[in-house]
Design a protein around this ligand. Sequence first.
Ligand code: IVH
Length: 708
Amino acid sequence: MTTESQAAERLAFLAAEIARHNALYHGEDAPEISDADYDALMRENNALEAEFPHLVRADSPSKLVGAAPSGHLAKVAHAQPMLSLDNAFADEDVVDFVGRVRRYLSLGADAPVALTAEPKIDGLSCSLRYEKGVLVLAATRGDGTTGEDVTANVRTIDDIPERLSGGDLLSSPPDIFEIRGEVYMAKADFAALNARLLAEAEDPAKARQFANPRNAAAGSLRQKDPGVTASRPLRFLAHGWGEVSSLPADTQKGVMDAIAAWGVPVSDDFVRVEGAEQALSHYRAIEAKRADLPFDIDGVVYKVDRLDWQKRLGFVARAPRWAIAHKFPAEKAQTLLKDIDIQVGRTGKLTPVARLEPVTVGGVVVTNATLHNADEIGRLGVHPGDRVVVQRAGDVIPQIVENLSRDETRDPWPFPQTCPECGSAAEREPGEVDYRCTGGLICPAQRVERLRHFVSRYALDIEGLGLTHIESFFRDGLVQSPADIFRLTRDTLLTRERWAEISAGNLIAAIDAKRNPPLDRFLFALGIRHVGEVTARDLARRYRSWDALKAMIDRAIEARDAAIQAVGEPDEKFATRTAKELAAIVETPGVGPEVALALVDFFAEPHNADAVADLLSQLQPADVIHETRASEVSGKTVVFTGTLETMSRDEAKAQAEALGAKVAGSVSAKTDLVVAGPGAGSKLKKATDLGIAVTDEAGWAKIVADAQ
Ligand code: IVH
């Protein structure tokens, strides 16, 4: 069972990890994981949030759509959020969708539901704001709420008119009309662009090459210099709208016809159909001609045609109830598995990569595929020399889905027991699927990640020191360990390209500002396995100063060494028992044996101890002086339930913690007080049954106000 603190920690990790993948995918057009793995992270996040609704973070990925804007273009807030779509994979999912629509609208089981159906274009969405028929603003989706201003760039796209034409007399454009659609690059234009970039590059080995048309479109649109965008063959297809002062029709089809009449392209394959069956037959028609279409599509989007119904159906979280994307199945091909290489990730994870005889899958040449982990290699029974089936879906890293040379009599392919980057032992923790390099701070593959984590938002949060700087400082030998960051000087920065007086001064000031980091951030920044934000905070609160914390860790290390000496050859049972003893020494609520062991392992490793000592010559973690205010709930356990009307759950939780109370997610005999807002259900009932004190939001506000 997941405990609350484990859940909170995991949610913090998932928020950061998903944000990083969003940035890689949308911001840098360079995804690191497959869509399936990304979806698995999202699913895990959503499942945890469903189980622990009070732990939903302000920065939860479930509240975001895509990535936040990447920084160099001006930000624009969308007048209406730009949302995402739910996916359907099988025919039944589409039938279910229509069924849900009928049920939601209380229509009869056979009531006709008109839908529109059109290709799902694999590009990037863009909102074009027309005022009195003139293009005034174009913005990317960004995080769905705030996008990037790409007006100047969009003006270079031929498909997008500067001025909407009058349309027919009945439907001249309203005063305000935001047209939303997809900026994309045609397949042939994408191939020609890559060829041109290669030909123009001084060093062909370093030529910028886009992985696929979608990335090429994104990279071309999100340029600071519109001249670059103008040299890239971008196209546009409208698929909807945002803020409008009035609508030219009362159906999706009617409005899309008007948009087309105003001179903005709408897909040739946009049709109106009746119910799921016709929708599916249009899907098959589009699927049949998919390969011949001049651009990439990854499915068909269905929308409820009647706009009054769309309005009633509304949205859930990030997607409308009135639309769904019916995705195409992944494309497959056969090829030869030439070799299996091991890549070491930034967190030390060893990932096997299949090197393949190049093969075309859905129009893209595939030479590598991920094999995920040792278990996957075992499951497929693959060895170099085998013939395999590779699958590729959209943008994602191709995968091997079948081994055609399966031979059960062979031993499994031997997974390497050492890290190919640094030679340290590769180990697999009990119950884990991945092998990890134990080289920690010395493994080159991990050092950059450690540094990135060290300066990241919830760690030391050094403003202006992003991954690009870290990577270039690391590459040039300027920053090898966290302490080196604090040894950077303005003069060193000024000798480097693209650094000027002001930027160098700003970075040094930002670094200096973090020479007394709060103890919990310092601890979290060290990147100790299993020590996330929550655990770091628990430890900091318990020990209050670095010296006290370190003294405890030293005691734990001594205890472990003594135990090892006493037993000679440690086995797994011994490890479990020792971990429990260590947890007793750590003696911190919420910190279990796993964390205790990780702390000891980290500080007992001489490389890490040296790196920390070096760091402490540069900075001094601040003691925890935050005293909680005495109140009637200090030391008690409080549960919030129902709707809070004057504050968020996060705020209420912070208030309770400031009063020294513990906030729990469920009511039990240990609960001292339940704060119930409107709509409180089972928790309130349970509290009443157990005779636990209950108050409302006003009562809570009084407790907070009365605290000293
Ligand atoms: S409708 C409120 N229609 O797919 C729903 N989206 O996965 C708005 N997309 O963000 C989206 N083709 O960027 C719609 N024919 C189409 C589309 C389409 C591509 C993109 C769009 C959206 C994403 C959702």
